[in-house]
Design a protein around this ligand. Structure first.
Ligand SMILES: C[S@@+](CC[C@H](N)C(=O)[O-])C[C@H]1O[C@@H](n2cnc3c(N)ncnc32)[C@H](O)[C@@H]1O
Length: 597
């Protein structure tokens, strides 16, 4: 029997022409490990079955809320409320403050008011996340800047809309964070073209499933191009109804509450056309009741002209949970955006648990420092790289500046995402070769089939001689990496340097879990989440390192057997990837690089 709030929500939903197949699904309380409240199948549901459909009129956005027209479009823009999420968050605050007068009152009743995201953690708990990518990306300060610089002045300018006596209850910083987190953890990004002038013919065009062509495109990880090059994130994605080959892929990356819908990813200034083209962030009642777990999704939200429709993408057995996808995010992003983590047996590490989609971010400056150390013989290695031997003076960061600038101008990124080696798809060119016996032990093939190309190419660039770099510039193509000893040594030291950014090692964390009564379960929720996030990242680092070490040993073995092999490898390094190849390879690999904002 659904709770009173859910009952009222369902009645409200249906009264506003929302459709839900109540024979097929129910909204039920679930254990926290299953996502908390969610939806389950009441019967065996076949593939391609519509579970519910949400009329567009029920979606809450800055277009549907009554606040923007009352505030006035010029003033709205004047306060910068058309940029980022601040406008939507203000709409949520205002609609919630209206209580029963708001069209969405029963929807607000069922939304959570407390969150487990690090935005609400104390310093002690945050310290447990040191070294993980959660810390840098939290964006709490930026969110608060938005609140003070946009929201407060906007509110103060219209006491008729925001009565002074309601400010403490409905418009405080605390409420802003709560509404911001609701947006972060429950919103959907709607496709750009859906708003007004959609083709009539597209109406009712649900994707045919037989050929699989119209199956929703779900980015494999947040490092995919689709995810990485956008500046705003929202919880879940919506697919177009078109007979879609590549149905609208929307960003899965979760930004902070400040995410600027209209700001280009490189932080440049926004233009009117950016604004018009920006995908719309929307709160979609009912669709946001679904939980998600890595590669468990069995439904997908498709958009049609007048509604958004949730459709099963595979058969769902009675009693099973109905899972949406949040983009199979790594735990760092899940924790930051949603306040939970995925914790399941890892397919690549028997006996270990975590999120198979975990990644580690390595900043370019870490790699640059390791390359400099190597070039200058400061890395404590055998000095064999001794490009330094050819240099009369020490290489400096300035020496690298030109290369880094070139890399960025060419569209490269200054953060590299390392995925688990088993999640890497070799570049297409290599797939063809991989059947041959020699390819299976070819160090470069081994390396690029386990690691994203981009960090490798970046290291290759840093290690080039001035004349090689001049050629690279002339060709305007990033260098194709080859598994040379210098590259592998810089890579290994970069991995070690990255690992040293955590206050503890993986082994120490494992020991800590063992020594805690009840293990992870014996820890506070925040600490447990932090441990799972940081151990997941460290496992990726560990396994990437193992791969690189394996390749290094193979290179050393070959060089011992045939010293001319090193020369051959150098020749291979000079081949370059065309930009198209590079993009293709990145896509096939699920990315590998990401521009820091
Ligand atoms: C879009 S809402 C899903 C519905 C939500 N459970 C509810 O009751 O409204 C996203 C939130 O659900 C929870 N959640 C979703 N998937 C989860 C999972 N696999 N494990 C734990 N919590 C999950 C998280 O609290 C997350 O912030």
């Amino acid at each position: 029997m659904p709770s009173q709030e859910i009952q009222s929500f369902l009645s409200w939903f249906q009264a506003h022409n929302g459709y839900i197949d109540t024979n097929a699904m129910d909204i039920v309380p679930l254990p926290p490990s299953e996502g908390g409240r969610g939806a389950v199948a009441l019967i065996d549901i076949p593939e391609n079955h519509t579970l519910f459909s949400v009329p567009r009129s029920m979606i809450l956005t800055t277009r549907t809320s009554e606040l923007p027209p009352r505030f006035g479009p010029d003033a709205w823009t004047g306060f910068g409320l058309h940029l980022g999420w601040s406008g939507l968050i203000l709409c949520l605050m205002w609609e919630a403050a209206r209580g029963a007068e708001s069209k969405w009152a029963p929807y607000f009743e069922i939304m959570p008011t407390k969150f487990d995201t690090p935005m609400f953690w104390n310093e002690e708990d945050m310290a447990e996340l040191k070294g993980t990518s959660v810390v840098d990306k939290l964006g709490k300060d930026l969110a608060e800047k938005d609140y003070h610089e946009k929201i407060v002045p906007a509110i103060q300018s219209r006491p008729d809309l925001f009565p002074p006596e309601s400010l403490a209850t409905h418009y405080s910083l605390e409420v802003y964070h709560m509404m911001g987190t609701r947006v972060l953890s429950r919103s959907f990004t709607l496709a750009e073209e859906e708003v007004e002038d959609e083709d009539e013919d597209d109406h009712h065009a649900l994707p045919p499933k037989e050929d699989g062509a119209a199956h929703p495109h779900v980015p494999e990880s947040p490092s995919t191009e689709e995810a990485g090059n956008t500046s705003l994130g929202s919880a879940m994605d919506v697919d177009e109804p078109a007979q879609g080959t590549d149905a609208a892929a929307h960003d899965q990356e979760h930004e902070s509450e400040t995410a600027d819908a209209n700001e280009p990813a490189d932080g440049g200034s926004e233009s009117d056309s950016d604004e018009e083209d920006a995908p719309e962030v929307a709160m979609v009642p009912m669709a946001d009741i679904l939980n998600a777990r890595y590669k468990h999704d069995n439904v997908k939200l498709f958009h049609e002209r007048d509604s958004l429709r949730m459709v099963s993408t595979r058969p769902i057995k009675a009693g099973e949970q109905i899972w949406n996808t949040y983009g199979d995010l790594p735990n760092s992003d899940l924790l930051r955006g949603f306040g939970h983590v995925d914790y399941m047996p890892l397919p690549y590490a028997p006996g270990e648990y975590g999120n198979p989609g975990d990644v580690v971010e390595v900043r370019a400056d870490v790699i640059v420092q390791c390359a400099l150390d190597y070039l200058n013989g400061d890395s404590g290695g055998d000095g064999e790289g001794s490009v330094n031997a050819r240099r009369e003076k020490k290489a400096t960061t300035e020496d690298m500046t030109e290369r880094i600038d070139w890399w960025l101008e060419e569209g490269g990124d200054d953060i590299f995402l390392l995925e688990h080696p088993t999640n890497i798809t070799p570049p297409p060119s290599q797939k063809q070769k991989s059947s041959s016996a020699s390819a299976s032990t070819d160090p470069t093939a081994l390396l690029t089939s386990s690691l994203s190309i981009l960090p490798l190419s970046f290291i290759q660039l840093l290690l080039q001689s001035p004349s090689e770099f001049a050629k690279t510039q002339a060709k305007a193509k990033p260098p194709k990496p080859s598994a040379s000893l210098p590259l592998l040594r810089v890579l290994l030291s970069s991995l070690d340097k990255r690992a040293s950014m955590y206050p503890t090692t993986l082994e120490e964390d494992e020991r800590l879990v063992k020594e805690t009564e009840g293990g992870l379960e014996g820890m506070s929720l925040n600490k447990r989440h932090a441990m799972i996030v940081r151990m997941g990242e460290k496992r990726v680092l560990r396994d990437v390192r193992r791969c690189v070490e394996g390749v290094l040993q193979e290179v050393e073995r070959r060089e011992k057997e045939d010293p001319s092999a090193a020369e051959k490898a150098k020749g291979a390094a000079k081949k370059v990837l065309s930009r198209a190849e590079k993009r293709k390879a990145e896509r096939a690999e699920g990315g590998g690089g990401k521009r820091r904002k």
